[in-house]
Structure formats: structure tokens, C-alpha cells
Design a protein around this ligand. Structure first.
Ligand code: PNW
Length: 481
């Protein structure tokens, strides 16, 4: 079991979750700033106005990465810092842009390879108000294309670009359940607007087209000289049939991945949506125009994989409700024979199962003909970790996060087997997250950090065991060849 000598490993974050300084240097509000203001949407009623204060502590974050031995760093840009109103006819905010130009220079100076995500959920609020944001099939892709061009032009030193982070979350959590900004859902007790039978499919489609447009700009105008690579990051969980003897459960376990991942990856690799989705959704799932298809098909230089967890999948019978997004099935933590998928964490949706990671890497590699894969996120929360974090006498226990450290050991080893024994082409692994941060609707109560951030003490950072073990873990795997 080994990894190639040029394997990229490091840590990941996202702008809105760590930066704070939401009004500094001319930044405009994003849909998440607005969402945080709606009572009841964020646990503890908190916002991200300070978060980890990373906008003011870039030097600290880079020093931390260096100390941990990180070879690369994945972070995202705040679109509304760069173009406060967001649109292609709106002014560029040079101060916001300069901040990221400097940050990339500083990373490279420290010998750390940047991986930049253009869109990690923080749409400029104005675009949502102006034309419905991600719901707008013509305006949104053009504004995203313009934003991408501004950034590519300003930061030629970055060689690794991710267009969208987890469009599944933007679509389903933003426009079906309403759990994430902008909070659309058919449930009128939660939102005055939304149509959970359609909007998520429209938003997903528009993200794909916007991704395709940005990739075309990069390949036509920048890649020939800058020589970088560009792709999209998709999230998806591992699946096992609830009853492996039941062909309908076996099929449902596969269909679950199609509804979560192939929804986006099939158009990118094959130019069409999966048959299973078309069959269930009919014309509620948009159809690609010829122009859209040609933008989307073939638009990945690499596959960005975010992965955390797995489920047992049980098929359902009968006609699914029109707001179903899973594929007429249910996801369970226990199998028919009573096996448990993994231990409980602080996140209701997350239970570690490293074998499922290896299996999913294989599933993706087979379906999409062994693309280069970068694991752009993987990690875990820990049940009740925040309680330890708020009690100074539990400090030692808090920093000794063996549950998370074991997660990384198991997941990284499973990935190394997928590479060296199964022939999958995984090129990088970025742990989520470099540090505790604003965990979206869960506020600060759920921590994913390999580094402890003390919100009660000026956002000071202290690496946990999971952070400091990482270098040894990768050194061990990378020197064996
Ligand atoms: C990812 N779910 O999100 C994101 O890319 C990160 O920003 C986030 O902090 C991290 O995972 C940990 O949550 C997800 O409910 C959020 O299934 C929620 C789900 C999946 C992914």
C-alpha cells in the first residue's frame, strides 16, 4: 500500500466559513449573510461576521499550514469581495481582488500549492435579488463566467481551479429542503417562496452550464499560457444495499449514487442526465440545449471528490412524491442483518466507514473511465466536541482528537489501497477542515477542524492530534515506493 511521490495532500476551507470581516474593503453581502439574519435558520442564532477572522490572519493560516507540512491548500474566494454586486456589468473591487492575489503569492512563497474554489455557496446577494440567482438559466451562467474570467486573469499563478463546490448542496439544501441559503422550499412554514418539486433540478442544471462556461473561458483564454487544470467538486456518500439479497435494494443503492453524483457527473462525462433520473423526474428535469451540452460535456480536467460517509439503502415501492430527491429509496444506518454503518458523530448525516470510501472511489473510476481524482474534502465532526471546547479543563482531551485522527488514518489508508491495489488515479487528498469554522446551518456547534479555534479567546488556533499526525501518515505512504 503506497501513494506516488508527487501526491498532493493538505487541508481545505471555504471563504464564508473562515474569513469573517464581512464588511471590510468594500465586500458586498452574500446570500449567506442574508440567511444568517433570518431567525431560526442557524443554530445558536450566530453569523459569520467574525468566524475565524482569516481575512485578517492569512499569515497565521499559512504559518499553520507550513508547520503541519501541508503540500497544498484548498480555499475559496468570496465572489462578493471581488465583484460586490456580482454581475458582469458591475464594478470590480480591486481591494478584494488584491487580497487574494497577495494570499496566493504568500502561499507559493511558503511552498504550498493553491487549489482555489470559485464558488463555495456564497452568491452575491444582489444577484439573488436581481434575477433569482442560481435559478436564472441565462443570467447566472454569464455572470459566473465573467467572475471566473476576472479571477483567472488576476491570479495566473494558481494552477488548480475548482468551479463549484458541491452543487448538490446548493440545489437540494438551498432549493428543496431550504436548510441552506437562500432557503427556498415548498414548506410554507419555513419559506414564503420555493417549489421543491422543480427548483433543485433547475439550479443544478444552471450550475452545470455555469461550470461549463467557466471551463471554456479557462481553456480558451488562460490554460494555453498558465498551464493549469480545472474541474468541479461533487459530494456523494457511499452506499450498500440494506438487503444484499434483494435485487431492488442493490439497484436502489446504485440509483442513490446516480441521483447524488451522476446527476452532475454524467452530463460532464457523457453529455446527458442518468436514465434513472429522467425516468422518475420526466420533464421536471431540464433538457440540455445543444449549446449547453457542448459546454458541459468533457468539461473536467479532474474530478473533485468530497466524501464523508455512507448509508444502507432500502428501495421504496409505489410512485415517489414529486419533491423526492433521493430516487425513491430510504437511507439507513443499519442493514437488514443489523450491521451498523459507523459510529455516531456530531453531524446527523455523518457516520465514518472507510471501506465505503474505497468502494466509491472504485465506483467513480469505473463509471467515468479512471479520471484523475482529487479528494477535495474528507473529514468528520465528533459527538459533543463543542462541549469540551467550551470547558477549559477539558483542553487536553479536546486537542487529543483520537476519533478524528483515526478517521483520517482509516480513510487515507483506504484511499491508498484504491490507488495501489485497485488502479484508481487519486492525485490528492485535502482534509476538511484546516480549522474549526462556521458550519453553515449548524453554526459553531459542530466542529470539523483539525485545528481548534477558540472563539472565546480571540480566535486563537491550536492544532489537534488529527492535524499533527497528518504529515507522518502521508510520509509513511509516500516513501514506500
Ligand atoms: C460539505 N449533508 O458540506 C461542505 O463542502 C463544507 O463546506 C462543510 O463544512 C462540510 O461538508 C462539512 O459539513 C456538506 O447534509 C454539508 O449531507 C451537509 C451535507 C453534506 C455536505
Amino acid at each position: 500500500m503506497s501513494l506516488p511521490a508527487d501526491f498532493q495532500w493538505g487541508f481545505a476551507t471555504a471563504a464564508f466559513q473562515i474569513e469573517g470581516a464581512t464588511e471590510a474593503d468594500g465586500r458586498g453581502p452574500s446570500i449567506w449573510d442574508t440567511f444568517c439574519k433570518i431567525p431560526g435558520k442557524i443554530a445558536g442564532g450566530v453569523d459569520a461576521n467574525t468566524a475565524c477572522d482569516s481575512y485578517n490572519r492569512g499569515a497565521d493560516d499559512i504559518a499553520l499550514l507550513k508547520r503541519l507540512g501541508s503540500k497544498c491548500y484548498r480555499f475559496s474566494l468570496s465572489w462578493s469581495r471581488i465583484i460586490p454586486l456580482g454581475g458582469r456589468n458591475d464594478p470590480v473591487n480591486q481591494k478584494g481582488l488584491d487580497h487574494y492575489i497577495q494570499f496566493v503569492d504568500d502561499l507559493l512563497e511558503a511552498g504550498i500549492e493553491p487549489f482555489i474554489t470559485l464558488y463555495h455557496w456564497d452568491l452575491p446577494d444582489e444577484l439573488d435579488k436581481r434575477y433569482g440567482g442560481l435559478l436564472n438559466r441565462t443570467e447566472f451562467p454569464l455572470d459566473f463566467e465573467n467572475y471566473a474570467r476576472v479571477v483567472f486573469k488576476a491570479i495566473p499563478k494558481c494552477k488548480n481551479w475548482i468551479t463549484f463546490n458541491e452543487p448538490w448542496c446548493s440545489s437540494v439544501l438551498g432549493y428543496n429542503s431550504g436548510y441552506f441559503a437562500p432557503g427556498h422550499t415548498s414548506d410554507r412554514t419555513k419559506s414564503p417562496v420555493g417549489d421543491s418539486t422543480r427548483e433543485q433540478w433547475i439550479v443544478g442544471h444552471n450550475c452545470l452550464v455555469a461550470h461549463g462556461r467557466a471551463v471554456k473561458v479557462y481553456r480558451d483564454e488562460f490554460k494555453p499560457t498558465d498551464k493549469g487544470q480545472i474541474g468541479i467538486t461533487l459530494n456523494g456518500d457511499g452506499t450498500y444495499p440494506w438487503d444484499p439479497e434483494d435485487p431492488a435494494d442493490v439497484e436502489a443503492a446504485n440509483r442513490k449514487i446516480e441521483f447524488a453524483i451522476s446527476w452532475f457527473a454524467d452530463p460532464i462525462y457523457f453529455g446527458k442526465y442518468p436514465d434513472s433520473m429522467r425516468k422518475q423526474l420526466g420533464d421536471r428535469l431540464p433538457t440540455f440545449t445543444e449549446e449547453e451540452r457542448s459546454l458541459v460535456q468533457g468539461s473536467n480536467d479532474f474530478y473533485g471528490m468530497n466524501h464523508y460517509t455512507a448509508n444502507y439503502v432500502k428501495h421504496k415501492t409505489g410512485t415517489p412524491p414529486e419533491d423526492d430527491i433521493l430516487g425513491n429509496l430510504e437511507c439507513l444506518f443499519y442493514s437488514k442483518s443489523g450491521e451498523c454503518i459507523g459510529e455516531e458523530t456530531q453531524s446527523f448525516w455523518l457516520r465514518p466507514n472507510a471501506q465505503a470510501f474505497r468502494d466509491l472511489i472504485n465506483w467513480l473510476s469505473k463509471r467515468y473511465d479512471y479520471p484523475d481524482i482529487y479528494v477535495t474534502e474528507s473529514g468528520t465532526s465528533i459527538k459533543d466536541e463543542d462541549k469540551l471546547a467550551n470547558d477549559p479543563k477539558d483542553k487536553e482531551k479536546l486537542l487529543n482528537d483520537t476519533f478524528r485522527a483515526d478517521y483520517f488514518k482509516n480513510y487515507v489508508n483506504a484511499m491508498a489501497k484504491a490507488v495501489s491495489e485497485d488502479g484508481c488515479k487519486v492525485k490528492g487528498y485535502m482534509a476538511w477542515s484546516l480549522m474549526d469554522n462556521f458550519e453553515w446551518a449548524e453554526g459553531y456547534e459542530t466542529r470539523f477542524g483539525c485545528t481548534f479555534v477558540d472563539y472565546n479567546n480571540g480566535q486563537t488556533r491550536e492544532p489537534k492530534l488529527s492535524a499533527t499526525q497528518m504529515k507522518g501518515l502521508f510520509d509513511g505512504l509516500m516513501k514506500k515506493n
